[in-house]
Design a protein around this ligand. Structure first.
Ligand code: HEC
Length: 185
């Protein structure tokens, strides 16, 4: 009889601990990273900047980038704030478990990898190790949203409300496709 109670006690303690770790948030440290330099050509003063990237690709127009960024801030950033920026950018609060080993090691390696591939810390254009032009970041985003591959499934186990709703996915796809069209015209 005694053994059974110890077991039940243990299970209850683990469940309580799990709930505390998942639902208690702590302040996230402010990142000291600086935004990357913006590369674009201004149509109002075309002489002031080169019009091609180092690889010979035409530079995006600063006016197009501004318009896409403004729409991002208004419509897309609030969605990403709740569902993506914990790994791909900066958030004010992190779940308590993200501070406690071994979870903290997993979380940190996820964040490092997420930002290396697709960094949204400074809004649009996104930076990433294989992004030469702003269109690259939009194309990767479109692929992942269409395949519902982000957030990663393991993250959804603990953060089940972080899955993108069909309405959110549509909004993101429309914004990204409009942006691609403006940049490729
Ligand atoms: C738990 C952390 C985590 C969350 C939350 C998360 N991602 Fe990611 N993301 C990653 C990691 C790790 C990678 C790099 C490895 C990979 O591609 O699977 C990545 C890669 C990406 C890439 C680049 C893919 C490529 O082809 O290189 C995009 C785009 C992306 N994520 C979008 C999102 C969006 C949009 C959301 C929110 C809806 C999101 N992610 C939420 C961890 C995360």
């Amino acid at each position: 009889m005694k053994k059974k109670w110890i077991f039940i006690d243990l299970v209850l303690t683990m469940a309580a601990l799990g709930i505390v770790l998942r639902f208690v948030s702590v302040d996230a440290p402010r990142s000291s990273a600086k935004p990357p330099p913006r590369k674009c050509a201004s149509t109002s003063s075309p002489q002031s900047q080169p019009s091609k990237t180092a690889d010979g690709e035409p530079l995006a127009s600063c006016e197009d980038l501004d318009a896409i960024q403004a729409a991002y801030e208004k419509e897309i950033r609030p969605i990403f704030e709740a569902k993506c920026l914990m790994c791909h950018g900066n958030v004010d609060k992190m779940p308590l478990y993200s501070k406690i080993p071994p979870f903290s090691w997993l979380v940190q390696s996820d964040i490092d990898e997420a930002k290396e591939h697709h960094d949204m810390s400074f809004g649009f254009p996104f930076s990433g190790k294989k992004y030469d032009v702003p269109q690259d970041g939009l194309e990767d985003l479109i692929d992942d949203v269409q395949e519902s591959s982000m957030p990663p499934p393991i993250y959804l186990v603990a953060h089940w409300k972080s899955r993108l709703t069909p309405e959110e996915s549509q909004k993101i796809l429309k914004w990204a496709n409009d942006g691609l069209k403006a940049l490729n015209d």
